[in-house]
Design a binder for this molecule. Sequence first.
Ligand code: ZN
Length: 397
Amino acid sequence: MDPYVNLALDRADRVRAIYLRVSHVERTASWLPIQVICEQCGRIGTTYATDWDGETVAYACLPDMVSWARGCGHEGRLSPLGGRAKLPWNLEWAAKWGLLGVTIEGCGKDLATAGGSRDRSDAISREVFEVEPPRNVAYEFLNVGGKKMSTSKGQGAAAHTIAEVLPPEQLRFLFLRPRPSQVIEFDPEGDTIPRLFDEFDRIAAATAGREVKGELPADYERLFAYSLLAPSPDVAEAAGAFRPAFAHLALLAQIPGVDIAERMEAEKGASLSAFEAAILAERTVSARAWLDSYAPARARLVIRHDAVPEEVAALDAAQRAYLGALATAAAAETPGSGDAWQGLIFRVAAETEMPSGRAFGALYAAFLGRTNGPRAGWLLASLEPGFVVERLRAAAG
Ligand SMILES: [Zn+2]
């Protein structure tokens, strides 16, 4: 940074003029754009430097310069080179652009306002360091639960909490999916996190060339590739990998005695590759963290293994008949996956002219003793098939 420190001090008059012109901040004629480290007490925020002679500056460590620290009163002269001082941050920002050859750099939109930090650094880069500043991309805010994320004010969620629930690739996906100029609204409560995983999996499937429902974002293959963590990822392998549906996994994670890996191999219909096993392990950790933090009450469940829940008494004859028909169909077909169960639940509902909402209500009552629940197909797929048929018959009466 020394060449930039020299330039900033040689051209301190230009720096002061830029502060005044761009940001209407007036510095006294003796002010220098440098913060030296006090040789006596080691503080940097309390020193005031003046009188650059081309080799050294004079400085004083002032007791009352700032409210958050007290200078020791030392006065002296030193060379500001070799790490004994730093540039104020607007100059440091511009110096790094020159030093590192930066051609594009984004910044938060709060820095990109007219007369703000970015304008100041751009002017310093051009007029003091004589380097064209990088192209700017102003980023929008990340709002967490409708509030601007600000951990220092206790607003929103702490980044480390989000990072415990979301693996790196889903976190990258969250940020890469919207345009840079679009506010990201992220409310970790409710179904936001399962939906984010589902959307990631949908984009993965589309990238793998499979047909998916719904519209795809422009450049979805690049969106997927850039969400991957590996520096040179095998995009085809990553896109084609088996990924357990997050909500299903969160469900399985709550059922005692379930061998999750075994269930997933049954679902896939083949053994998991090492790559897929790693995805499963990562997602299982996420699902447990989600259940401990943001999951809504309806995602938490207790399977009523011991006896038919008394809530079944509230079902009407048509709902009981539906459960009986489903038991017969399930005994004949033994659906092997959440998708297969889901398909069967809908098919039998159509055959018995049962609206799907009432069909699901009957299933939740029979297995959970509740009126609502997670995707019923996944719920049933997570249970022992013999138990499911037996319970359907018992609840049908
Ligand atoms: Zn000092």
